[in-house]
Design a protein around this ligand. Structure first.
Ligand SMILES: NC(=O)c1ccc[n+]([C@@H]2O[C@H](COP(=O)([O-])OP(=O)(O)OC[C@H]3O[C@@H](n4cnc5c(N)ncnc54)[C@H](O)[C@@H]3O)[C@@H](O)[C@H]2O)c1
Length: 339
């Protein structure tokens, strides 16, 4: 099979991971990588002498490419993705897909009109531990889902033009939409800019999903501990997904609370707590990004719609926009999302 000819724009922190995965995949050939910085281009040449480099991404349009992968700062996603689609190229663009929903809608429209794959880098949708969480919810092993709580905290990396909501929350929102298979009804958010004026470095987001499922996301660049954790609490069992753990990422707690049947005694007011086993399932952990890149190539080859499609990217942007509106009113305002 003729390999898919791939170009990349942006070779900073995340771009090299994408380029490596496409270089290593036999279904693709990385033809050219663009970055504005000379030192980053030198880095590519050191690692992959067969790959052409350029400072001007427009050179990619003369390389008879099939697809482009965009890993530049989010402020440039829309313009770059739009130009690539207009040149007839399939696009994998990093998260968040764009910085407003009209732009995401426009990209979806162009990709549909031209029959091109538009995919967003919601890496966690390709993560085996997240798949395990989803299976536990879908199989009803956890019972009725009460709430989901996510924390993504660290000291740094502070961004100059975007707050922590736009930087980190796309991961947790995409995880929640994926594992619950539902879209939220309402969103509210609180946050503060402690370090840089006007750019919130700590944000708390609350969401309500159908069936009264509560969701909470805490994102922060200003925390002493690195935390990457999602907790799902159901009526039968509870699960903690700790992404910092190298092997035992998922723990299923057979814990719960039950109300005894009605009686007239003092015992009425006592709840019965269940402390059962803790199960750590064996998960075959492959690199999620390898799965994501493979999926992008499969979608191009088989003309299928990706799991993390432009539409999935749009949903995440709509939720962040609603949270941002609430944030600007001190979290008092509950935003109802119009889907
Ligand atoms: N999926 C994930 O887990 C994950 C993790 C980290 C970052 N990201 C995303 O990846 C993207 C990039 O983040 P990063 O941390 O690598 O940023 P970065 O600042 O480290 O790198 C961006 C690179 O893009 C280059 N660039 C910017 N504009 C360009 C242009 N017009 N043409 C060519 N090169 C250009 C810069 O020179 C820089 O080297 C962001 O959207 C971020 O949200 C995703």
């Amino acid at each position: 099979m003729v390999p898919v000819r791939v170009g990349a724009i942006g070779y900073g922190y995340w771009g090299p991971n994408l380029v490596r995965n496409f270089v290593e995949n036999p279904l693709s050939e990385v033809v050219m990588v663009a970055d504005l910085k000379k030192e980053r281009l030198a880095k590519i040449q050191g690692s992959y002498p067969q790959v052409k480099v350029t400072k001007d991404y427009k050179d990619l349009f003369d390389q008879e490419l099939d697809a482009v992968v965009i890993a530049t700062p989010p402020t440039s996603h829309y313009q770059l993705a739009k130009e690539c689609l207009e040149h007839g190229l399939h696009v994998l663009v990093e998260k968040p897909i764009t910085l407003n929903s009209q732009h995401a809608e426009k990209l979806i429209e162009i990709s549909k009109k031209k029959g091109l794959v538009l995919m967003v880098g919601h890496t966690f949708e390709y993560n085996a531990a997240v798949h395990t969480l989803k299976n536990l919810i879908d199989s009803e092993e956890l019972g009725q889902i009460y709430y989901v709580d996510a924390a993504r905290l660290n000291l740094g990396l502070f961004q100059r033009d975007l707050n922590v909501l736009w930087d980190l929350a796309p991961h947790d929102i995409s995880i929640m939409l994926y594992i619950l298979g539902k879209d939220p009804i309402s969103v509210s958010a609180h946050g503060m800019p402690f370090v840089n004026e006007g750019i919130q470095d700590v944000v708390y987001v609350n969401m309500v999903f159908p069936d009264n499922i509560l969701a909470h996301i805490h994102v922060s660049w200003l925390d002493p501990c690195k935390v990457r954790r999602v907790t799902v609490v159901g009526s039968k069992k509870m699960v903690v997904y700790n992404d910092i753990e190298s092997l035992e990422k998922i723990r299923i707690y057979d814990k719960g609370v039950e109300k005894p049947p009605y009686t007239d005694t003092f015992g009425d007011f006592q709840l019965s707590y269940r402390y059962g086993d803790v199960v750590i399932p064996n998960i075959r952990l492959a690199e999620p990004l390898q799965k994501e890149c493979q999926h992008f190539l499969d979608c191009i080859i088989n003309h299928t719609n990706p799991q993390s499609s432009g539409q999935a990217g749009l949903k995440v942007v709509k939720i962040i926009e609603a949270a941002q509106r609430s944030l600007s009113q001190n979290g008092r305002h509950q935003e109802v999302i119009q889907w």
